[in-house]
Design a protein around this ligand. Structure first.
Ligand code: NAD
Length: 262
């Protein structure tokens, strides 16, 4: 028996790298047809060359409604329907410290990061909702350990990832019984998640080995997670095997909630 993703039509934002790319690869392997939105034309072309007719690529910006509308429209035109919308694109604040950052940069960083992490999630869900009602489909948000705990980022990232949870809960309530709305909350993962320009002067760039060491130290399973480690959670939430699950968040984080007091 397969994972039930065969013939599912799925949109993944930020599907050209990191977690979104791993999800895209696995879903196509499982027989899904996938559309990805990304910013880099080179990366989109590379994925397109690799996957051919089972992949649609759209260059766009999740913070623009018309780009979200375009990917939904083009997906339905090409693949005939939409079953799952994965709002995954995101950016990071690099753990910038609130006290260090100038008021101007606080504001600029807020607009920049919330536009992508929060507004992008709102607008993607809005653009997809009508088609998802037709298929009794689902939305999956990529949230974070920072959706629950401090020190998974600075204030911008932590607040934005908390905001996604509010969106998820209210949407799961409003879109029932037609559309399920869930999330995956990865812990620290070795990707190239980028620090937004307004905060770059305030953060230290750390190399991947140090990052892996830090991540391992912080979670009880002591895993420096890779993008592929989270994919199973998306497979479950996208498939009909989870038809009774809505408003839930699967933490895929090496056990952050059981770190204990030590
Ligand atoms: P990544 O940088 O590889 O992936 C993010 C993708 O989003 C990139 O392809 C980027 O180009 C795209 N993107 C950014 N802004 C965009 C915009 N305006 N429009 C369209 N695409 C845009 O990093 P990742 O770690 O795979 O991040 C994916 C998601 O996982 C994010 O939501 C992130 O917050 C979340 N997450 C990451 C970690 C981690 O430690 N890496 C932990 C928890 C959650």
């Amino acid at each position: 028996m397969g994972t039930g993703l065969q013939k599912k039509v799925v949109i993944v934002t930020g599907g050209t790298s990191g977690i979104g790319e791993a999800v895209t690869r696995r879903f196509i392997q499982e027989g899904a047809q996938v559309s990805i939105m990304g910013r880099s034309k080179d990366r989109l072309d590379r994925m397109s060359d690799e996957f051919g007719k089972n992949l649609l690529t759209i260059q766009g910006d999740v913070s623009k409604y018309e780009d979200n509308q375009k990917i939904v429209k083009d997906t339905v035109e090409k693949f005939g329907k939409l079953d799952v919308f994965i709002a995954n694109a995101g950016v990071f604040d690099g753990f910038a410290k609130f006290l260090d950052v100038s008021p101007e940069a606080v504001e600029e960083a807020y607009d920049y990061l919330f536009d992508i992490n929060v507004k992008g999630s709102f607008l993607g869900a809005k653009a997809a909702a009508e088609e998802l009602v037709k298929t009794k489909g689902s939305i999956i948000f990529t949230v974070s350990g920072a959706s629950f705990y401090p020190d998974g980022g600075g204030v911008w990232y932590t607040a934005s990832k908390h905001a996604q949870i509010g969106l998820l809960r209210q949407l799961a309530f409003e879109l029932a019984p037609d559309v399920r709305v869930n999330a995956v909350a990865p812990g620290g993962t070795l990707t190239a998640l980028s620090v937004i320009p307004p905060l770059q002067p305030y953060v230290k760039i750390i190399d991947n080995d140090t990052k892996a060491k830090n991540i391992r130290k912080r979670n009880p399973l002591q895993i420096a997670m890779s993008s592929e480690d989270h994919v199973g959670a998306y497979v479950l939430l996208a498939s009909d095997e989870s038809k009774a699950i809505t408003g839930e968040i699967i933490s895929s984080d090496g056990g952050l909630s059981v770190r204990g007091l030590g």
